[in-house]
Ligand binder design. Structure first.
Ligand SMILES: [Zn+2]
Ligand SMILES: [Zn+2]
Length: 279
C-alpha cells in the first residue's frame, strides 16, 4: 500500500490474537517503517503462529534493510524494489544497479514492491512508473525471483503490463483490491492474491466477495504492517503478529475450516516465494 508514514500508527498496540492452529507466513510487511525491534517482532509473530515474514523494499535504504534483516534472521525473507510512488521521473541507473546486486542475495526471494499506483501519482508520472514496473519484471525473470505487485486503482494496466512482458513464474498481487472479475483474471493467469486487513473493513464487501472466489491454492495473507490494521483495531499500529485477524476473516468469509485454510496458505507461501519450510 502507499506509505502515508504516520497516519495509521496512532494509539496503543492491539493485544495478541489467539494463535493460529497451523503456522503461516506474513507475505508482506514493512519492518523498517514499523520501526520496531526486529527480533521482538519475530517473537511476537511466532507466538501466534506467524513464523515467516517477507519484509518489503520501497527504495534503496529499505531494500538494503530488508536484505540485511533476512541475512540476520532465519524467519525473515526479503523483497527489494523501488516502490511505484518512489519512481518519480525515473530510476537512476546507479540505483537500479545496486538493486540488481541486492536482488542476487539468496535471502532476497522477491522483487517488490513494484507495480502501478494511479491513486497517488500524477498522470505525468504514469509512463515512468510503467517503465520501472517493466524493468522490475525483467529483473525478477532474469534472477528467477518472485515479483510482488503493488496495484492501486490500476488493475487493467497491471494486467496489460504483466501480460505484455510475460509475468514471472511466481507473481503475487499484494494487498489485493480488485473485484471478483479481476480475481478471476488473476486466477486464470496463476497469480497469487494476497489479502490484507482492509478486507475486514466494513465498506469492503467487494473485497470479501473477491476473496470468496480465489482458488485456495492461490491465496496468501499479509499485514502490510504498519498499515491497514484489521478490524476491530483499524487505525492502531499493525504488525505481523496480527495476521490471525485477517486469516480468521478469510476462513469465515470463504466458509473454510481455519486449520485447513492455514495449511493451504502456508504451502502457498512456500510455493509463491520458494521459502523453505518453517523450522
Ligand atoms: Zn503496496
Ligand atoms: Zn507494502
Amino acid at each position: 500500500v502507499s506509505r502515508s508514514r504516520n497516519s495509521q500508527r496512532e494509539g496503543a498496540e492491539p493485544p495478541a490474537p489467539e494463535p493460529l492452529p497451523i503456522p503461516v507466513a506474513d507475505a508482506h510487511c514493512h519492518l523498517d517503517i514499523m520501526g520496531a525491534d526486529v527480533a521482538t517482532a519475530i517473537t511476537a509473530a511466532a507466538a501466534v503462529g506467524v513464523t515467516q515474514l517477507v519484509t518489503i523494499g520501497c527504495d534503496l535504504p529499505s531494500s538494503r534493510f530488508a536484505a540485511e534483516a533476512a541475512r540476520a534472521h532465519d524467519a525473515i525473507f526479503a523483497a527489494v524494489a523501488i516502490h511505484p510512488n518512489e519512481v518519480g521521473d525515473g530510476i537512476a541507473e546507479g540505483v537500479f544497479a545496486e538493486l540488481t546486486a541486492l536482488a542476487a542475495d539468496p535471502r532476497v526471494l522477491a522483487i517488490g514492491e513494484t507495480g502501478l499506483d494511479h491513486f497517488r501519482t500524477e498522470e505525468g508520472q504514469h509512463r515512468a512508473q510503467e517503465e520501472s514496473f517493466r524493468r522490475h519484471i525483467a529483473l525478477a525473470k532474469e534472477l528467477n525471483r518472485t515479483v510482488v505487485v503493488h496495484d492501486r486503482d490500476a488493475h487493467d494496466d497491471v494486467i496489460r503490463v504483466l501480460d505484455s512482458e510475460g509475468a514471472p513464474e511466481r507473481t503475487v498481487i499484494h494487498c489485493f483490491s480488485g473485484d471478483e472479475d479481476f480475481a478471476r483474471k488473476c486466477a486464470d493467469r496463476g497469480w497469487f492474491m494476497s489479502f490484507a486487513g482492509n478486507m475486514t473493513f466494513k465498506n469492503a464487501q467487494q473485497l470479501r466477495d473477491a476473496a470468496r472466489i480465489v482458488p485456495a491454492e492461490l491465496l496468501l495473507v499479509e499485514t502490510d504492517a504498519p498499515f491497514l490494521t484489521a478490524m476491530p483495531f483499524r487505525g492502531r499500529p499493525n504488525a505481523p503478529y496480527l495476521i490471525p485477524l485477517t486469516m480468521r476473516a478469510l476462513a469465515e468469509t470463504r466458509g473454510d475450516d481455519l486449520a485447513e485454510l492455514c495449511g493451504t496458505v502456508a504451502a502457498n507461501g512456500q510455493r509463491a516465494f520458494r521459502m523453505p519450510t518453517a523450522a
